[in-house]
Write a protein that binds this ligand. Structure first.
Ligand code: KPL
Length: 342
């Protein structure tokens, strides 16, 4: 721990941007850390601040496996007249994938090369797209990690979440779809994973740290899960588990995963990305989150834009680049987009 003056410890600080289901879950987990939990500021919009106030400034989590509910308090929220421009040391971005750039812009002046940012979206985060040199300069870009979250979390009300299935959080350094970090970048990212306070704190909170090359592989496995489950569960308005009990849905999901496998084959990943291996992974995660309502189901229900473009749409786009046909992913994307418009 860093110290200031004689004995006065400076509490390390994490800001969280995007406090929906996953953001609330991560904030709750970090706040519950013992013997010491970090200071956490939730960067909430004014309307959300009112909702947070109505919830007594607490995040309540009901764990469906144990039947227990736990509440965490002591979160900070930005003061209307506070030092909004102070530097952010550690930022977790848990917004939807399509909101990340805007979210980062909103705190742009508070981030610099000494800040560490952890991105927690569905889909595949691409460093150069999110932190373009024209906007950030080569030197000014923060250190960036990305995480893959397979916990099943849903909510009836804001800041009151249900952990319907405990999955895992995997954290790694972004290597880009083309891969190929320089050895300098590699060393820097190895350092980030092993030494950075944020990744060590996330590790204390149960996250697993991946070697740099493993992140993209984990993202693609998760993408197979989301591509198979999310759109169908949203279209048919069912819990994740219902899909696995319905033979027609299983057939479609398997074929969707087959398309992801073909795209993955073109990405030159380490490991087994055959249709069988990816399907096995989808079955394993599907079992853990069978009682959950997928994020896409929840988004459509709440009339929010979904992440279908970042999930099935990403498969279609990469497929085009690689010359792989992905008609089922395209069809699912179109159907969800049509439902979004209704
Ligand atoms: O990531 C998810 C999501 O809903 O977005 C799963 C793992 C499918 C849990 O519902």
């Amino acid at each position: 721990m860093y110290t200031m003056g004689v004995n006065k410890p400076i509490q390390k600080h994490i800001h969280i941007l995007g406090v929906g289901n996953i953001g609330s879950f991560i904030a709750h987990t970090l706040r519950a850390l013992r013997p010491s939990s970090p200071a956490i500021t939730l960067l909430l919009r004014p309307a959300a601040q009112l909702q947070f106030r109505a919830n007594d400034f607490k995040i309540v989590m009901h764990d469906a496996a144990t039947g227990l509910s736990q509440q965490q308090a002591g979160f900070r929220v930005p003061m209307p007249d506070g030092p909004a421009s102070s530097n952010i040391q550690n930022l977790i971005v848990a917004t939807k994938g399509y909101q990340v750039r805007e979210a980062l812009s909103s705190v742009r002046s508070r981030l610099d090369e000494k800040s560490t940012v952890l991105l927690l979206q569905n889909g595949v985060a691409e460093f150069e797209k999110l932190f373009p040199v024209e906007e950030w300069g080569v030197e000014g870009r923060p250190r960036v990690l990305a995480g893959v979250v397979t916990h099943g979390v849903w909510s009836e009300d804001r800041f009151r979440i249900t952990l319907a299935g405990r999955g895992e959080t995997l954290i790694g350094a972004i290597d880009g779809v083309q891969g190929g970090l320089t050895s300098d970048q590699h060393a820097q990212r190895e350092w980030l994973l092993k030494e950075s306070w944020l990744s060590r704190t996330m590790e204390r909170a149960g996250a697993k740290i991946l070697a740099p090359r493993e992140l993209l592989a984990a993202q693609i496995r998760k993408l197979a899960v989301n591509a198979a489950i999310n759109a169908l569960s949203a279209i048919y308005k069912v819990q994740n588990g219902v899909l696995f009990e319905t033979p027609e849905a299983v057939e479609v999901m398997r074929a969707v995963v087959g398309e992801v496998a073909q795209v993955a084959a073109g990405l030159g990943l380490d490991g087994d990305f055959s249709e069988d291996a990816l399907w096995e992974h989808v079955l394993q995660v599907g079992e853990k989150v069978k009682l959950n309502y997928s994020s896409m189901f929840q988004d459509l229900k709440a009339k929010r834009r979904t992440e279908v473009e970042e999930i099935n749409g990403w498969v279609v786009e990469k497929g085009r680049e690689l010359g792989v046909d992905t008609p089922l992913n395209e069809q699912l994307m179109k159907r969800v987009k049509a439902l979004e418009r209704q």
